[in-house]
Design a protein. Structure first.
Length: 202
């Protein structure tokens, strides 16, 4: 059975994730409504990607289109998830500097600060050492993880700053691997989806 990865398609860098996942041979679909995520017999996807963009805008659109609660429930129940940049902010339990009225899905036991690495003009491609190996990735108005709970593993730092974390099947990255074509985090997501499917079948 092939894997289907849903990419949240409300705003932000959606196409880059879709193209990278397509290159890895998995099916993708865009998540824009509850019916894209949930069918009559359960989840339509095996994993989900929350892309970068404007976290406060994505949050507002999630609630406008009725996706906020179903997505939070699915991720909380173990749906393998990769969040990049704004996606990390959406996942975090606490956002230190939210926009007025901004909410998060609160499924990742971490505290984040938005735009911790400067504005758009401070964007850069950076070589990082991660627990998954060395990577070249892009930082674009990136957040920083400033605190983590006991179940959260730090998988990447930029200097002393935490920029990558993992909690169970949830991976949150402050950076953009899809911009540089770095596929290892998406491969890990696909592997997590396969492991979850096997566990449910067993």
């Amino acid at each position: 059975m092939s894997t289907t990865v849903g990419v949240l398609g409300l705003q932000g860098g959606v196409s880059e994730h879709v193209e990278l996942l397509d290159s890895l041979g998995v099916r993708t679909c865009l998540l824009r409504s509850p019916s894209d995520l949930l069918g009559a017999d359960g989840l339509r996807v095996d994993a989900v990607v929350l892309p970068g963009g404007e976290s406060s805008v994505i949050d507002r659109l999630l609630r406008t289109f009725g996706l906020f609660d179903p997505l939070r429930a699915a991720i909380g129940a173990g749906l393998p998830t990769l969040g990049t940049c704004a996606g990390l902010i959406l996942l975090a339990d606490k956002v230190l500097d939210p926009a007025p009225g901004q909410q998060s899905l609160a499924v990742l036991d971490a505290t984040v600060r938005r735009n911790a690495f400067g504005s758009q003009v401070d964007s850069a491609e950076v070589d990082l050492e991660t627990s998954d190996g060395p990577v070249k990735v892009a930082f674009i108005r990136a957040p920083q993880v400033v605190a983590t709970g006991p179940a959260v593993a730090v998988i990447a730092r930029r200097g002393e700053a935490i920029v990558g974390v993992r909690q169970g099947a949830i991976t949150g990255l402050a950076f953009h691997p899809e911009v540089t074509g770095e596929a290892r985090f998406h491969r890990r997501l696909i592997a997590d989806a396969g492991a979850t499917a096997l566990a449910e079948a067993g």
